[in-house]
Write a protein that binds this ligand. Structure first.
Ligand SMILES: [Fe+2]
Length: 468
């Protein structure tokens, strides 16, 4: 018996060594989930999700975003196609019959042989926190009514739930992603969008009709809760071959953001406070080197974040800094070199990016020690560093990124080539529950999750590998 016991111990010891070796050789987990094999294709123009609302000059493509720095403002945007119509938004709170009026502006633009409809933007200011409001657009012809709920007043222990989608596009898979987000029982109250909206630029002459269809597609969510916008490469629409040389023309005409409220000088980088979160949006496709407007803005912005007011510091950008897929590999590297020391210094909790059409979550790592001559250039575990999440898996027509670098780098905690969405559910100043939902499982199943410990208030190791 003694011998048998000894030999079993030996076997177990060897087995556990092999297991440990497997864990330590790989950076983290590469999911074995096998994705569906069908091609990703755009929904046809006559799809019901693109349908034009009935009625003369009916407002369409209605969407809202935050309209000030603290969440008491909302920008309402919509398009009319027959004539300019009214710029007015009528709005009233749930418990009041008194209708208030806000006046907006109208813009149009041409892109090669395309002429836009009348694009309206109206900022409603000084709303009450934590209040449901109804609003009407299309006054005078065909009125349409929607509603939204303002966030609670900014404060350190205010629970709040953000949804996360990137690189959505307008394919059948995009529709699944959006539907799953809408049906997720952990109701997202505001959507953080990591860039690459319509993918209209994949069509001949960047067919801007696909910007219109995308606006109608997302209305069912974006008219009722704010979508916080980040610019991606598909927003650049730079096409000198057809005479279109002004970058971001369709995007900036269609999607307004409250950049002036955070003293930004351009709509591509800005910040908002919302509940207990401070959200900084950066642009991978605007100059970010030293002395540039974005650099100077971010340098002044980070010290302004008061973690006693907004404990959760979240950064959005399009091109990821830590990515282990063979797609867009190292495209975020130059920006990482410029800004990563600040992210560590100011203890950013999490960075969300898109661009790579797959899912990945990093460990808390930094790579800031290198000074050209010292050779210290490998990402190191760093509890002051953010977790980097790539969530460019909204489902656009370009399909999934399936080819990964091997072996999985140590900085990569979990990666999987599936479409999906995520939810960041802030509980209080110390804890937030994050979950990623692959489309194949429906909306209620998590394929990846993590309890985030706030870097300022509870800077305890929260890595999933440390817990296992
Ligand atoms: Fe992209």
């Amino acid at each position: 018996m003694g011998e048998l016991g000894f030999s079993w111990c030996s076997v177990l010891a060897v087995f556990s060594l092999v297991l440990n070796a497997a864990v330590f050789c790989n950076g983290g987990i590469t999911s074995t989930f096998v994705r569906k094999v069908e091609k990703t294709v755009d929904m046809p123009l006559d799809s019901d999700v693109f349908s034009v609302p009935p009625g003369y000059n009916a407002p369409q493509q209605v969407h809202i975003t935050q309209g000030d720095h603290v969440g008491k403002g909302v920008i309402v945007s919509w398009v009319t196609v027959d004539e300019p119509g009214s710029n007015i938004v009528l709005y009233w709170s749930d418990n009041s019959k008194q209708k208030n009026k806000a006046k907006g502006t109208t813009v149009t633009y041409k892109f090669y042989n395309y002429t836009s409809g009348y694009i309206h933007h109206c900022t409603i200011k000084n709303l009450k926190f934590n209040t449901k409001y109804y609003y009407e657009v299309g006054i005078g012809h065909t009125i349409r009514t929607f509603w939204f709920t303002t966030p609670p007043e900014v404060g350190p222990d205010v629970p709040y739930t953000f949804g996360l989608i990137g690189d959505l596009g307008q394919s059948y898979d995009s529709n699944k992603t959006l539907t799953h987000y809408e049906l997720n029982p952990t109701k997202g109250k505001t959507l953080l969008f990591m860039g690459d909206l319509s993918y209209a630029d994949n069509y001949p002459n960047h067919d801007n009709v696909r910007w219109d269809t995308w606006g109608r597609f997302i209305e069912r969510s974006a008219a009722y809760q704010p979508w916080i916008w980040t610019a991606g490469n598909h927003e650049i629409d730079f096409a000198p071959e057809i005479g279109e040389t002004k970058p971001f023309k369709p995007y900036t005409h269609r999607y307004h953001v409250p950049y002036k409220a955070s003293n930004s000088t351009a709509p591509f980088w800005y910040s908002i406070k919302r509940a207990s979160a401070y959200i900084i949006v950066l642009s991978s496709y605007s100059a970010y080197g030293k002395y540039t407007p974005q650099y100077k803005w971010l340098e002044k912005e980070l010290p302004k974040v008061n973690r006693s007011e907004t404990p959760w510091l979240i950064v959005l950008m399009h091109s990821p800094w830590y990515n282990s897929y063979n797609y867009h590999y190292m495209e975020g590297e130059t920006m990482r070199v410029m800004y990563e020391p600040w992210f560590v210094q100011y203890k950013v909790d999490v960075v969300f990016a898109g661009h790579v059409h797959a899912y990945e979550r990093s460990e808390r790592v930094s790579n800031v020690a290198y000074n050209i001559v010292n050779g210290i250039c490998i990402p190191a575990s760093d509890q002051s560093a953010p977790v980097y999440i790539t969530i460019g898996d909204g489902g656009n027509l370009e399909g999934l990124a399936t080819n990964m670098t091997e072996p999985q780098p140590k900085y990569s905690a979990f990666r999987e080539a599936s479409f999906g969405h995520a939810v960041f559910d802030i509980k209080n100043r110390t804890h937030a529950y994050y979950s990623w939902h692959r489309n194949q499982d429906g909306y209620a199943v998590e394929a990846d999750s993590m309890w985030f410990f706030n870097r300022f208030w509870h800077p305890v190791d929260d890595s999933t590998s440390a817990q296992s």
